[in-house]
Design a protein around this ligand. Structure first.
Ligand SMILES: Cc1cc2nc3c(=O)[nH]c(=O)nc-3n(C[C@H](O)[C@H](O)[C@H](O)COP(=O)(O)OP(=O)(O)OC[C@H]3O[C@@H](n4cnc5c(N)ncnc54)[C@H](O)[C@@H]3O)c2cc1C
Length: 470
């Protein structure tokens, strides 16, 4: 075991959270090293392959704190820690302005509020290489160049394994570098390794009975190292059972042209979702992130099907920037089409009588405005319920796609890691998608990965820099 150079701060993970934190520290004169397990300077991570929209619960990050707070509360419905909400209402716009001062460029993509601050150039709307030389990729390269100028150290090929603790305080990291174990000393450690979505054992423990039947809709670099090392150091974990993700067509499990886009959310939220008995099992109006979580939590996450008619295929299915119509078909997805519901049921080997009855009851409730009385109830406040009436009818088998885990290490408003009694653990911070306490809960409230990662990374740096002299 080598004892390497000591730093004032070590940051674990070189995604948006880690680079924001590292750069903000370095520009204030803090001696900082970022440990990144990826070996080449274009290492994969979610930040590199993302869609680039900086939003707070689908509102633009530049909007007023009141608007952002209301949007978050509407989504998270009492789940979130108040100090986390306060930070996410007040700080994301400031953080984005700072990122702009470091050379990041943003543009408005379309009219939706959540795409007004999108990384430039935007991702391509099709192809496996959709992210190359685009938003997230350019963002990381720009931040790397700025880190170099500011004198920070980026240690590639360095995987943090354990936190080094002494007297209840974090004093460094044990890491693996070029096949050897090294001890790195530091006064502060910031964990920002991106979550645990790519760790199937942890997914099984917290999220799904069959994680191998969930599509990894992410860079597959987040193995839960940060959560595990924080837990071993006494950190509290919160909201571990929820994830941000989308519903995908089942073929995405074997066909890489069908993830991360197109998503099935629009058709699921407009149409009817059934199980292998031809019966509804979920509130389709609860939104795509909720539906993906519900599917992942089922005993068999590959047992669900969406049914819709031509007006949905010709309407909502065309709405997103990477639309299901036509990408589902052109990219090789299996979309079943029939002139009657009976014929559709036969194509999917579903009991025809049950499916006909489900659709008839659903259509009658839509016509009467009584979808809330269906079992399960079908809400319409966020997503209109469309009848399934006009041929041709369509159906596709579904799967859940996991993008990042919402739960993780509990932090306070300064990104300090909290123990079981909600007291900060000295010298230990966490930022980005390995943190918990903001997103999730019963409503699976989504706030936003990029805003969360940049803001919590920035907050950690501010607190560390402000407390240097003490
Ligand atoms: C397809 C896709 C589209 C998305 N679109 C959007 C969007 O439009 N808007 C939005 O808000 N969010 C979006 N997201 C989510 C967003 O990308 C993430 O929430 C955010 O980038 C996470 O940043 P992070 O720094 O926390 O984690 P990451 O970017 O995942 O970085 C973590 C880094 O830590 C490294 N690491 C892991 N373990 C260790 C270890 N033990 N030691 C050292 N290094 C380690 C990893 O290699 C990785 O580089 C999208 C994600 C995907 C996959």
């Amino acid at each position: 075991m080598n004892t390497a150079t000591s730093y004032e701060t070590l940051v674990v993970g070189g995604g948006l959270a880690g680079l924001t934190c590292g750069l903000r520290l370095a520009e204030q004169g803090v001696k900082v090293a970022i440990l990144e397990k990826g070996e080449t300077d274009r290492y994969l991570c979610n930040s590199r392959i993302c869609g680039g929209a900086f939003h707070v619960s689908y509102r633009d990050v530049m909007e007023s704190p009141d608007i952002l707070m209301n949007a978050m509360k509407g989504k998270t419905r009492g789940f979130s820690r108040q100090s986390f909400l306060d930070v996410m209402a007040n700080e994301p716009g400031k953080t984005v302005n700072w990122l702009k001062s470091k050379g990041l460029r943003f543009i408005k993509v379309g009219d939706a509020p959540h795409r007004r601050t999108t990384l430039a150039p935007p991702i391509a709307t099709k192809g496996r290489d959709y992210w190359h030389g685009r938003g997230g990729d350019v963002m990381l390269r720009t931040l790397h160049a700025e880190l170099k100028k500011a004198g920070a150290t980026l240690l590639l090929g360095t995987r943090a394994l354990n936190l080094r603790m002494a007297g209840g305080q974090c004093v460094g990291v044990e890491a693996e570098q070029n096949g050897a174990r090294v001890n790195l000393d530091a006064r502060n450690v910031v964990i920002s390794d991106g979550g645990f979505q790519a760790n199937l054992d942890m997914l099984k423990e917290y999220i799904s009975p069959a994680p191998e039947k969930i599509r990894q809709r992410n860079a597959q670099t987040a193995k839960g190292d940060g959560v595990k090392m924080a837990r071993a150091a006494g950190a509290k974990l919160v909201g571990m059972n929820r994830f941000y993700g989308h519903v995908l067509i089942q073929d995405a499990l074997t066909n890489d042209d069908l993830w991360p886009f197109p998503m099935m959310d629009e058709m699921c939220c407009a149409g009817v979702m059934v199980d292998t008995n031809g019966r509804r099992f979920v509130d389709e109006g609860a939104g795509g992130v909720y539906l993906a979580n519900h599917i992942a939590g089922m005993q068999d996450p590959l047992s669900t099907i969406v049914v819709f008619d031509h007006p949905v295929w010709d309407g909502p299915a065309k709405e997103f920037i990477t639309p299901a119509n036509p990408l589902l078909v052109t990219n090789g997805g299996t979309v079943h089409k029939a002139n009657t519901i009976t014929e559709l049921a036969q194509k999917l080997a579903l009991p025809a009588g049950a499916l006909e009855q489900t659709i008839a009851q659903y259509n009658a409730a839509v016509d009467a405005g009584t979808t809330a009385q269906l079992t399960p109830a079908r809400s319409v406040s966020s997503h209109k319920a469309w009848p399934v009436r006009t041929a041709p009818f369509y159906a596709a088998r579904l799967c859940a796609g996991i993008t990042y885990t919402m739960g993780g290490i509990a932090i306070d408003g300064d990104s300090r890691v909290l123990d079981a009694n909600d007291n900060p653990i000295t010298g230990l911070y966490a930022a980005g998608c390995c943190t918990g306490g903001l997103e999730g809960g019963d409503a699976v409230g989504y706030v936003g990965g990029l805003s969360k990662s940049s803001t919590t990374g920035f907050r950690a740096a501010e607190h560390i820099a402000a407390n240097r002299a003490r």
